[in-house]
Ligand binder design. Sequence first.
Ligand code: ZN
Length: 189
Amino acid sequence: MALVVISSKFRGAKVNVAILEIRTIGDDVLRQVAEPVRKVNAQIKTLVSDMFETMYASDGVGLAAPQVGVGKRLFVIDVGDHEPFALINPVLVKGWEPVLDQEGCLSVPGVYMPVTRFKRVLFKGRNIQDRAVTIEASALLARALQHELDHLDGKIFVHLVEDKLTLEQELAEMRRRLNNKQKAAVTGA
Ligand code: ZN
C-alpha cells in the first residue's frame, strides 16, 4: 500500500512516514462501513501520521482511513484555521442550519459540486491520546467533519449531489483524466 517511504519531522520527532495510495471512487473499500477503533495503539498512531503526510502531499484538508484502504473509524483534518487533528470513533451529536456549498474529495479528484451540510455541528470522539473529546465547529471545519464521517459509513459526497446530470458529466471527465494518467504511467510518459 505504501508508495514511498520518506523521512519527515512529525510532532518534533524524526520518524519514517509513508505516503499511502489514495483510493478513488469505484473502489469497494469506499462503500464499506468502517469498524470502530478498539484501542489507540502504536499501529493507529502510525496510520494517523501516514494519513497526515498523505493528505498534505495531495493538498487535501481531510482524509478518512477508508480512503487509504483501511476500514477503521478515524479521520484526520487540517482546514488551516484550526490545529490539525485526528478524530477516532467520531459521532455527530447535533447539527444546525443546513447550507448548500461546493465540496470536493481526494477520492473524486478534480470534481467539485454543491452539497447540503449543517453549517454548525457538535461532534464527539477520541483524540490521538485516546481521550474523549467534543468538538463544536462551524463553516469549513463543520463541513469537513461531516464529509469525513460519511466516508466511515461508506458514503462519498457525490451521493448527496442533487444535479445528477452534471455530476455524471464531471465523473466521466474525471475517469478520462485518470485513464490518461494511468496510460502515461505505463508508457513512462
Ligand atoms: Zn472525501
